[in-house]
Design a protein around this ligand. Structure first.
Ligand code: GLA
Length: 376
């Protein structure tokens, strides 16, 4: 058999990077086929990869205890690889399952995306591997096609019924912009977000309350939304506009009403946020963020005392607005602040956490960064 290098004239190896994300607004709307508005973080997962022609997938993480996981690509099956190695294995499985002729690879994975912080480290890992394989095996798949492979990997192999936002954000975000994505047809537009030019900064406050979508609560919310859409005779909650909300709520059982109210109002908040960004009025995003948090806290019920305290403290300390970001159940809060106030707002949140007996939050500053790419 000819080696890849003989056929393509180029060593089948390199390094790829895929970022984590924060979502500005549009939470739990993606699996309802609505709208989201994420930005990519400068923090990335990096995959150093070399094609192997012996059919083995060899996975090494520079982060953990140095364990190496080795599995034959032909033997990959959902549930067969768990823990961190399950994500890259899942992507290779999903590529095979979609009919792509891929074989082995040696992957060395490094990351500075905080894990369990609601910043989408899992999708970043999946996307780094998907892009590496796309290049190593010359698959020619587009960024949205790779995002769909990564989502399929997470849904069917890892077992988390996530929507498409995280993978699309990691694959398709551009530096200096938020990704306005329609989750139904994946139509997207890059909306410029010049925080520094507006004298603003976006703080990310990781509460260190472990966020985990794998324990059933996220799946239950998604199932509730799908049940509500079914009862209303709609393909998805995305198809419900604000004007139809009162009559729709009247038709639903009590427990589903708040879920539907959140999804419909959240889609509206995405539209409003995009209008403000297009008009260059970035500070006007603030109240939209805070309203989104109230909806996630009171209607969708995915907040927790730590994220609520971070939001209320940041707003009281002068933030234009703040909200939990990502799936919820802990994780991170974003706060839109004047650049000059970033340090004092972060310090006030840290003080409030200390007084409440919570762990010290970790603070990052989010600058809209570039999506997945080859770096070597
Ligand atoms: C997680 C999921 C996404 C999305 C968010 C909530 O991040 O992976 O698909 O559903 O939660 O908006």
């Amino acid at each position: 058999m000819n080696t890849f290098a003989q056929i393509h004239g180029r060593a089948p190896e390199g390094e790829w990077a895929a970022p984590g994300r924060v979502n500005l607004i549009g939470e739990h709307t993606d699996y309802n086929l609505g709208f989201v508005l994420p930005i990519a973080l400068p923090q990335t997962v990096r995959a150093q990869a070399r094609r192997r022609d012996d059919g083995l997938l060899r996975l090494h993480s520079t982060r953990g205890d140095g364990t190496v996981v080795e599995v034959a690509v032909a033997d990959l099956a959902p549930g067969g690889v768990t823990g961190w190695a399950g994500y890259p294995a899942a992507v290779v499985w999903a590529l095979c399952e979609a009919g792509h002729e891929v074989g082995g690879a040696a992957l060395s994975l490094g990351s500075d995306v905080p894990t369990g912080a609601g910043l989408s480290s899992s999708a970043a890992l999946e996307c780094a591997v998907a892009l590496a394989y796309n290049d190593l095996y010359g698959l020619g798949l587009s960024a949205p096609e790779l995002a769909l492979i990564a989502q399929r990997a997470e849904n069917a192999f890892v077992g988390v019924p996530c929507g498409i936002m995280d993978q699309m954000a990691s694959m398709c975000c551009r530096a200096g912009a938020a990704l306005h994505l329609d989750s139904r047809d994946l139509a997207m537009r890059q909306v410029p977000v010049d925080l520094a030019g507006a004298g603003l900064a976006l703080l990310v406050l990781d509460t260190r309350v472990k966020h985990d979508l794998g324990d059933g609560a996220y799946a239950a919310l998604r199932a509730g939304c799908e049940r509500a859409a079914g009862l209303l005779g709609l393909p998805a909650l995305r198809d419900l506009g604000p004007a139809d909300l009162p009559s729709a709520l009247a038709q639903l059982p009590d427990e589903l009403r708040p879920l539907v109210r959140h999804v419909v109002t959240e889609n509206e908040r995405v539209a409003e946020a995009v209008t403000h960004l297009d008009a260059g009025d970035l500070a006007a995003l603030g109240p939209i963020l805070t309203a989104g948090h109230a909806s996630l806290r009171d209607d969708y019920r995915v907040s927790c005392p730590e994220t609520d305290l971070a939001v209320s403290t940041a707003v009281a300390a002068g933030a234009h607005g703040a909200r939990i970001t990502g799936g919820g159940f802990g994780g991170s809060v974003i706060a839109l602040v004047n650049a000059t106030a970033a340090e004092s707002v972060a310090a006030e949140v840290a003080t409030a956490f200390r007084e409440a007996g919570y762990a010290t939050p970790r603070t990052l500053t989010a600058v809209p960064a570039e999506g997945a790419r080859r770096i070597a």
